[in-house]
Design a protein around this ligand. Structure first.
Ligand code: GRG
Length: 299
């Protein structure tokens, strides 16, 4: 699957198709009761996301020699958690958004109560997917569940980052706090995805540290480019409402540092991600290409 030429676009297309067919097996069908809940889950899940986190699980796992069979369920579990977070983030009590992945948000289409339940159900299903993975030994499944929980939850995961982000709306945010929000809200799950692939592939402790360093920078890169896109892209390019961060006075890199300094930060963080990969003896071309892909999103 890893293309030595680093053809990251082809890699994303092929992992996406693998992941989508596995997700289709794992998620209850729209005809299964309670029908409205399952329709809502599928509405959000199969709305055309990039499948970035699953691709990262698979890419990192392949770097360390894991097979697709060993990686696929964990990859799907990360997408389930990510999709739950988007559904909840869009709720009126959070970002109050009407457009996600190019279509009406889950609560706009199915109502707020069903959207909350769809997110809740996806969170449970993610851990079940790992716990019941027939391809992995129990000891690895326990480590993966812990990685996913740490990345998704608190005190330094996605939920704590989201809480800090909500607090930031009524407080002044400096550069340090902004970085903390980004590292947790976006970075923690991305970091856990890369670490999980490496764990499935049997990476040793020093390799795991290098991958953690790479993925921490990758997560930061992902969010800083997302901040920049919010001020530079159109709704059809983004599949969500652009300019919303600025209108809601959200703490973002461009708001605090300006656009030029944001571009410089993107270059610095990109370089740091590449440096971390040099500390493994593995062929990491695909991971380098993924970092480049994230940077190109800013164009
Ligand atoms: C509600 C618990 C909870 C957490 C919300 C993910 C998140 C945390 C908020 C979404 C808002 C946001 C802009 C988060 C930063 C991460 C990010 C850029 C998410 C979008 O991820 P993509 O670009 O989306 O991978 P697709 O649709 O391609 O999967």
């Amino acid at each position: 699957m890893v293309n030595p030429a680093g053809d990251v676009a082809a890699f994303f297309v092929s992992t996406r198709s693998l992941v989508d067919s596995e997700l289709d097996q794992l998620i209850p069908s729209e005809t299964q009761e309670p029908v409205r809940l399952h329709q809502a889950i599928r509405w959000s899940m199969f709305a055309g996301g990039k499948r970035f986190r699953p691709a990262l699980v698979i890419a990192t796992g392949e770097v360390f020699g894991a097979s697709h069979e060993q990686l696929l369920r964990t990859a799907c579990a990360f997408e389930m958690i990510h999709t739950y977070s988007l559904i909840h983030d869009d709720l009126p009590s959070m970002d109050d958004d009407e457009l996600r992945r190019g279509r009406p948000t889950c609560h706009v289409k199915f109502g707020e109560a069903t959207a909350i339940l769809a997110g809740d159900a996806l969170q449970g299903l993610a851990f079940q997917t790992i716990a019941e993975d027939p391809q992995l030994p129990a000891e690895i499944r326990v480590r993966l569940a812990a990685e996913l929980a740490r990345g998704a939850g608190t005190p330094a995961g996605m939920v704590s980052g989201q809480a800090r982000d909500l607090d930031a709306e009524s407080n002044t945010v400096d550069a340090h706090v902004l970085e903390q929000i980004h590292l947790e809200k976006t970075g923690a799950l991305i970091c856990a995805a890369a670490r999980s692939g490496a764990i499935i592939g049997g990476a040793n402790e020093s390799e795991l540290i290098a991958i953690t360093d790479y993925a921490t920078n990758l997560g930061l890169l992902f969010q800083i480019t997302d901040d920049l896109l919010d001020v530079t892209a159109t709704a059809s390019e983004m599949g969500k409402t652009p300019g919303k961060d600025a209108r809601s006075s959200k703490a973002t890199y461009p708001a605090i540092h300006g656009i030029e300094a944001t571009r410089a930060k993107i270059d610095a963080v990109h370089a740091a991600a590449g440096d971390a990969l040099q500390r493994t003896d593995r062929r990491t071309d695909i991971l380098k290409s993924i970092a480049e892909f994230v940077c190109i999103r800013e164009a």
